[in-house]
Design a protein around this ligand. Structure first.
Ligand code: NAD
Length: 463
């Protein structure tokens, strides 16, 4: 554990004092800071694009669509709705409390810690930040050290634009920096995005001080393709979902479950679409990214099965950190590629006969972060929604549920707890104080002792 130096520790306590001064509570302050964030991002767009290019070889178009644009959209939604979100929410009042009224007051937690992952290193850190700011918190940001260039550009942007008592950035090895920070200071809320193993470490460390957490984790997200599916659309949406960012997307379809009688047609469509999107040699494609580092690259190589199971691709170049789009067939649940989340451009396709068989495969794994169903059969949609447990997902699509700020995004079980985006981020970073307000003009004696003889009345009134 890194010993946090005195200056850092002092700043954390300055953040607490700043929060306690009430500086972040007013609507005007929150609005102004969100605007400032928007401006800082827009002004630094080129530097952010450059960093994402360096870290993951993302094109400016992809960086905007999957990183910068999503954060700007979160800010726009927050700016448009903040006044409404901050208004106390009126709730119903039961008869026994007549004539009281009931309200929820949204209270910021205080000094929060937001920890990001490397695969979308800008967006996964700053989208939760928007919710934390909207809710009136002070925020310590911990970018992933794995995306080195993006971490540095984020640190600079906040250093240059924000009061460190309000928002501060701590870079460095997560395994050193985070335990150090948590040892030096009791955060009021922790929002973590990353793998399940580290998620458990964070949860345990937070439990010691009863710190509430949101954990945005991963898992093996299935894409099911039924015989009733539009196969062309399914292939397009699975290919983009899987090979975007070289498969390093938490909501990417991890594997495909294809109904046996359409499996071959689906293969053909997926291969054709992959070549249409990224060319015959994806290493030359403007739209195809790179693996983050050699460690992750080696772990992907170790997942490759014997040659006969590689239906397409499998080519890789360690020096270039290039791993081509790869499609596997005849994969069995015991194969290395099915033992953990792949998090790379390898797509196993498993066939099944009946939907009950496909569900059995899904249930072999922990509850997934995402779930994708391709079918035109409405009764089957109903069946799947009833029987499958997952964080969130799409019908006849992949990934896009992540980009709708009107829907909560989060996992369940091993894929996480809690949710965010749009109003749900605001709620996540707020404690809901429930307050009953009672006028004094009506004060029935029945509510006060002596209670003897009122049992029948209470039974009628309270139940
Ligand atoms: P990572 O290595 O970047 O780690 C995430 C964060 O945890 C980093 O900020 C890192 O500094 C910190 N960290 C690392 N080791 C730590 C330790 N021992 N103690 C405390 N903090 C530590 O990211 P990763 O874990 O490789 O990310 C990949 C995983 O994240 C995948 O499983 C993916 O599915 C999941 N993910 C989930 C989401 C989501 O929104 N649910 C988004 C992206 C990634």
């Amino acid at each position: 554990m890194e010993k946090i130096n005195q200056t850092i520790k002092d700043n954390l306590y300055k953040m607490r004092a700043y929060f306690q001064s009430g500086a972040t509570l007013d609507y005007a302050f929150r609005k102004e800071q969100l605007r400032k964030l928007k401006e800082a991002i827009v002004q630094n767009e080129a530097a952010i694009f450059e960093a994402l290019k360096k870290d993951l070889d993302k094109s400016p178009e992809e960086s905007y669509a999957t990183e910068v644009g999503l954060v700007l959209a979160e800010i726009s939604v927050a700016l448009r709705n903040l006044e409404k979100w901050m208004r106390p929410e009126k709730l119903k009042t039961n008869l026994v409390n007549f004539p009281s009224s009931s309200r929820l007051y949204r209270d910021p937690y205080g000094v929060t810690l937001v920890i990001g992952a490397w695969n979308y290193p800008f967006q996964l850190l700053l989208a939760p930040l928007v919710g934390a700011m909207a809710a009136g918190n002070c925020v310590v940001l911990k970018p992933s050290e794995v995306a080195v260039a993006t971490s540095a550009v984020i640190a600079r942007i906040f250093r240059e634009n924000f009061d460190p008592r309000y928002i501060s950035v701590h870079e460095g090895e997560g395994g050193e920096v985070i335990p150090g920070l948590m040892d030096a200071f009791r955060f009021d809320y922790i929002f973590y995005t990353g793998g399940t193993t580290v998620g458990k470490i964070i949860y345990q460390a937070a439990a010691k001080d009863l710190i509430p957490v949101t954990l945005e984790l991963g898992g093996k997200s299935p894409a099911i393709v039924e015989r009733e599916a539009d196969l062309k659309a399914a292939a397009r949406r699975i290919v983009i979902g899987k090979f975007l960012n070289s498969g390093q997307t938490c909501v990417a379809p991890d594997y495909v479950l294809a109904q046996a009688d359409i499996k071959e047609q689906l293969f053909a469509q997926i291969v054709e679409t992959t070549e249409k999107f990224f060319g015959k040699d994806a290493s030359q494609s403007y739209d195809y990214g790179r693996v983050i580092n050699r460690r992750h690259f080696d772990s992907l190589v170790s997942l490759l099965p014997e040659k006969e199971k590689i239906r397409y691709g499998g080519d890789h170049d360690r020096d270039q950190l290039y791993f081509g789009p790869t499609i596997l067939s005849e994969v069995s649940p015991g194969d290395p590629v099915m033992r953990k989340e792949i998090f790379g451009p390898i797509l196993p396709v498993i066939s099944y006969d009946q939907k009950e068989d496909a569900l059995k495969v899904i249930k072999k794994f922990e509850k997934p972060l995402s779930f994708y169903l391709f079918t035109q059969n409405k009764a089957h949609v109903k069946w799947w929604m009833k029987h499958a447990s997952f964080g969130g997902g799409c019908i006849n699509n992949t990934l896009w549920h992540f980009s709708n700020p009107n829907m909560p995004f989060g996992g369940v079980g091993d894929s996480g707890m809690g949710a965010y985006h749009g109003r749900f981020s605001f709620n996540t970073f707020s404690h809901s104080k429930a307050v009953l307000s009672t006028p004094t003009w009506f004060d029935p004696a029945l509510k006060y002792p002596p209670f003897k003889g009122r049992l029948r009345f209470f039974k009628w009134m309270i139940k």
